[in-house]
Design a protein around this ligand. Structure first.
Ligand code: ADP
Length: 252
């Protein structure tokens, strides 16, 4: 049997006296969508940011494909940074706000990573970017500037930009929480399409109905621990834990 695409074991992370992750474990198979839900402050974003070493946990292991980092054993200095860079290169991240370069066109935003960070040829990057822009429904906006787009369109460019790096997994940190309600659906639809195309996704979201429809597995976090995990029909449809039930009751 091949190993799961994502392997997380024993993640512990504190900010000062505040222990935010208390031993988080999970795995995710290739081609599946994992959705993290839970109360504000439960540690969802910290888990996500640990997957690409934007946060450095004190303890725990993160493996994505053939790259594995044992945070407790991370060497100091350059060697440690090199390990974290290798892990980071395994994933593409879509943030709450799109962070597009305002003075570059949509196409230039999408090809920046492949050309600058991955030294791919401009021709190849442009060809790939056009396919990706088509996929997120923005083929006709390649030459537009970010300010000419709606928030939902900008966020879809952000998704195309993450995919352009050909990552092993795509991480979404509350991808719709900065959007006006009427723009949420178009972004969630794009993420849903990616899930059905076989991308491996990890999504932090408050959109429980979306989680219910898209997730292969749902992780419910509370107080820095995964309190309950399983298929969405179980965790959202028929939760076993009182804490999960209380959270869902509040949010739905
Ligand atoms: P969630 O995504 O579930 O809302 P987070 O992972 O963002 O939770 O945050 C968990 C806890 O960690 C919160 O109490 C938050 O205030 C704290 N925290 C997150 N990032 C930092 C940071 N950079 N410095 C200090 N505290 C942080």
């Amino acid at each position: 049997m091949t190993e799961p695409r994502i392997r997380v074991h024993g993640l512990e992370k504190s900010f000062g006296d505040n222990q935010v992750l208390r031993g988080v474990d999970f795995t995710a198979e290739q081609g599946t969508a994992t959705v993290l839900i839970g109360p504000s402050g439960s540690g969802k974003t910290t888990v996500l940011r640990s997957l690409n070493a934007l946060e450095t946990p004190e303890r725990g292991v993160v493996g994505i494909d053939d790259v594995e980092v044992d945070f407790a054993a991370l060497p100091a200095g350059k060697a440690g940074r090199a390990q974290k860079d290798r892990l980071r290169a395994q994933s593409g991240m879509v943030f709450q706000a799109h962070n597009l370069f305002p003075h570059r066109t949509v196409l230039e935003n999408v090809i920046e990573g492949p050309v600058v960070a991955q030294q791919r040829t401009r021709e190849e990057a442009v060809a790939d970017a056009r396919v990706l822009l088509d996929q997120v429904g923005l083929a006709d906006k390649a030459d537009a500037y970010p300010s000419q787009l709606s928030g939902g369109q900008q966020q879809r460019v952000g998704i195309a930009r993450a995919l352009a790096l050909k990552p092993r997994v795509v991480l979404f940190d509350e991808p719709t929480s900065a959007l006006d309600p009427e723009l949420v659906g178009e972004v969630l639809t794009v993420i849903k399409d990616l899930a059905s195309q076989g991308w491996t996704l990890v999504v932090v979201t408050h959109e429980i109905r979306f989680a219910e429809h898209v997730a292969d597995q749902v992780l419910f976090l509370d107080g820095g621990l995964i309190v309950e995990h399983g298929p969405s029909a179980q965790v959202i449809g028929d939760p076993r834990e009182e804490r999960t039930r209380r959270f869902l009751k509040r949010i739905l």
